[in-house]
Design a protein around this ligand. Structure first.
Ligand SMILES: [Fe+2]
Ligand SMILES: [Fe+2]
Length: 262
């Protein structure tokens, strides 16, 4: 029977599929680490208090990249190139969501408006990351090595998301509310379409590796279309709401110098 549990199980148990999943994940995490690291160094003086939190976010993403690479290596697998169409972060950047990499590479100080753009993008993609890691966590339950690693990442992603809520609410109270709402809406509507396309690409590659038959592949493709339809109809709103987290300042504290993988 085709269920999320059996699909994850097939991926976890197949070296080639697992290597691809780890490689795609590690690449996305490293990209996030680079972006956050650059942004942390370019925060404007008026928002200087945010720099350490963004640096912490970047350090966490780098750590996640190392964790996925370590999971792959533990299976004796080499890195795999991310297939075209499966690069979520690059697709988002190409769609103009978040800050352009060319802009970051110029290393010019950012403005408050840039930070709003960055936080809105992080709020939306953070929701996705948090939900995906919770799903991985649920389905990796009986594989202790994977489950332990995913738990570390999942907790971090929840903190990243909470931080975005808190900082966006702070900026909304400081007068950026209208821009925040519009930026969140645009980011969410773009993200759900990119997520659909990337999911289709990733599932297509995994299906080939795992030899899924045509009916199974068709059911999965329909599932991806169904998720998109639900998100387009109103599910996207969960990605733009703002709520103060119960635990304030979730990314407070020092940036770990050399965080060790789980
Ligand atoms: Fe991450
Ligand atoms: Fe994150």
């Amino acid at each position: 029977m085709l269920s999320a549990r059996t699909i994850y199980g097939e991926i976890f148990d197949n070296d080639e599929a697992f290597g691809l999943l780890c490689s795609i994940a590690a690449s996305g995490e490293a990209q996030g680490g680079w972006e956050n690291g650059m942004i942390a160094a370019l925060v404007p003086g008026s928002l200087a208090g945010l720099a350490a939190k963004i640096a912490r976010h970047g350090a966490d993403e780098d750590k996640h990249g190392r964790i996925f690479a370590a999971l792959r290596r533990k299976r004796g697998l080499g890195p795999v190139a991310v297939p075209p169409g499966a690069d979520y972060t690059m697709r988002l950047e190409a769609a103009g969501i978040g800050l352009a990499h060319a802009r970051l590479r110029r290393e010019e100080q950012l403005t408050e408006a840039d930070i709003v753009t960055y936080l809105a993008r992080s709020r939306v993609t953070g929701q996705r990351a948090s939900e995906q890691m919770r799903a991985l966590r649920r389905h990796a339950g009986d594989r202790p090595g994977i489950a332990r690693a995913v738990r570390v990442i999942s907790d971090d992603e929840d903190n990243h998301l909470a931080c975005c809520h808190e900082e966006l609410l702070r900026l909304a109270a400081a007068g950026h509310g209208q821009v925040i709402r519009a930026t969140l809406r645009a980011a969410a509507l773009a993200e759900i379409a990119i997520y659909r396309d990337v999911s289709r690409a990733v599932i297509g590659h995994l299906g080939q590796i795992l030899g899924w038959r045509r009916p199974a592949a068709a059911v999965l493709a329909a599932g991806i279309r169904g998720v998109y339809a639900c998100e387009r109809l109103g599910g996207w709103r969960r990605m733009v709401s703002l709520r103060m987290p119960a635990r304030r300042n979730p990314l407070g504290g020092p940036v770990p110098a050399q965080p060790s993988p789980a």
